[in-house]
Design a protein around this ligand. Structure first.
Ligand code: GLY
Ligand code: MN
Ligand code: MN
Length: 442
């Protein structure tokens, strides 16, 4: 049975583990995401800031978490919205300070309005103030002002505060290694994403529109506990698939063309991210099949090779060479595959990476190089494997019959010491399986 939520004890364990890496006197200040106004009285759907969520599990906007290292422990102060019966008639229940103390393992909770006055005092004994710096300029400014206030309060003879420090190096490293609870959520996100893709394939047919497919895909996400997408769905038919992040999703589906769907559901805050490419009329043409098999072979080879100890950039290089060799063998382009990869010419046909970290963010946190050297995979890292080939419609250097074809195949995997665990296997990618599924359309 999937555990659908991360327990409050797990959030507390993360806080403890993170702060145990910091020196005595350190404090971490984190801001919840604000609500964003779309237009008059209408907000964008609220999504909690991933860092804030990862360490607190607190779901409301406009909150500040202050985590002070105290020996081996953490003292957690939360500033959050006060309960307001009138407002709650409009927007639903607010957790409030009592709720935070009862359910979120908070040591102290105060109204957000008191933060300006209380925070400098709370930080007066600290030596280092950590936060997520350089991502949100409004938060950076709040922190600079806070630091000034702390300086004013403590004066020259006060605590030797060393300044503001970015927590992302330590925090991103933690987020890269997924716990079993997180992996369960990623498995579920993968399953729901796959169900959406099956529905999308069944909705694709000549005469339908890209948005018809989008509607079927996202309706299926919704049918699974109200899930939403993890990023804006890309529903790209024909040459639209050559635009990597195509979002118009409004073209009619044409007999003889392919459709490329790149979409994923978010479950429990964790992202799925799948791409599939299929023939709109139900049957790959010879040319489409030839190109598809190159991408499929590169994708399956990369999944088979992705395991602990492998360097991320080596996997990308091997995959790029396979793709280039494939189109050289088909006579689409002349050259030497390795040279084309090393010179960067590959980017004409394969302009993106072979995969990215996946987690609370679809393009999850974590650096890909350390001191100029590729990252080496470790167990419990989670990554996508998503090779593609894109033969641009206006590329006059290739024969006309090949132009305007874009293919991407993407799955999500959990790295282990052995074979990777694929979380998105429930949607076909073999040619015969895709054609069999499409034959079910009426
Ligand atoms: N949909 C974005 C990606 O696959 O990275
Ligand atoms: Mn991806
Ligand atoms: Mn994708």
């Amino acid at each position: 049975m999937i555990q659908a939520v991360i327990s409050s004890a797990s959030f507390a364990e993360r806080r403890q583990r993170l702060l145990s890496q910091l020196s005595e006197g350190s404090v971490l200040v984190l801001f919840a995401a604000p609500e964003a106004l779309r237009n008059g009285d209408v907000h964008y759907p609220f999504r909690q800031n991933s860092y804030f969520w990862y360490l607190t599990g607190f779901p409301e906007p406009d909150a500040i978490a202050v985590l002070r290292k105290q020996g081996n422990g953490v003292h957690y102060t939360l500033f959050n919205a006060v309960r307001n019966p009138e407002l709650e008639i409009w927007q639903g229940k607010i957790i409030g300070q009592e709720g935070a103390l009862a359910d979120y393992e908070v040591n102290e909770a105060y109204p957000l309005e008191e933060a300006a006055q209380r925070l400098p005092k709370l930080l007066a004994d600290s030596t280092r103030i950590y936060s997520v710096l350089g991502v949100n300029s409004a938060n950076d400014q709040r922190l600079s002002e806070l630091l000034r206030e702390v300086h004013r309060l403590t004066g020259r003879g006060g605590a030797p505060i060393e300044g503001l420090f970015d927590i992302r190096r330590e925090l991103d490293e933690m987020r890269m290694i997924k716990s079993i609870e997180e992996q369960n959520l990623l498995h579920e996100a993968g399953r729901i994403s796959a169900a959406g893709h099956r529905a999308a394939l069944l909705a694709a047919r000549p005469g339908a529109y890209e948005y018809t497919v989008q509607a079927a895909l996202e309706a299926e996400f919704r049918r699974h506990q109200g899930c939403h997408w993890s990023f804006a769905s890309i529903i790209a038919s024909g040459a639209n698939a050559c635009c990597l992040h195509y979002h118009d999703n409004n073209a009619p589906l044409k007999d003889g063309e392919l459709i490329m769907v790149d979409a994923g559901a978010e479950f429990g805050g964790y992202a799925g991210d799948i791409s599939r490419t299929a023939p709109i009329n139900g049957k790959f043409s010879r040319q489409q099949q030839a190109l598809y098999e190159i991408v499929l072979n590169a994708q399956k080879t990369a999944i088979a090779n992705a395991r602990a100890g492998i360097r991320h950039l080596d996997l990308h290089r091997q995959t790029s060479i396979l793709l280039m060799q494939g189109i050289i063998d088909l006579g689409i382009v002349d050259g030497n595959a390795e040279e084309m990869v090393d010179s960067g010419e590959v980017k004409r046909f394969y302009p993106h990476g072979t995969g990215h970290w996946l987690g609370l963010d679809v393009h999850d946190v974590g650096i890909y190089k350390i001191d100029g050297e590729s990252r080496i995979y470790r167990p419990n890292m989670v990554i996508t494997i998503e090779p593609g080939l894109y033969l641009q419609a206006n590329d006059t250097t290739i024969e006309e019959s090949w132009r305007g074809i874009g293919i991407r195949i993407e799955d999500d995997i959990i790295i282990t010491e052995g074979e990777a665990e694929v979380t998105t296997a429930d949607v076909p990618k073999e040619i015969r399986e895709i054609e069999a599924l499409l034959a079910e359309r009426r």
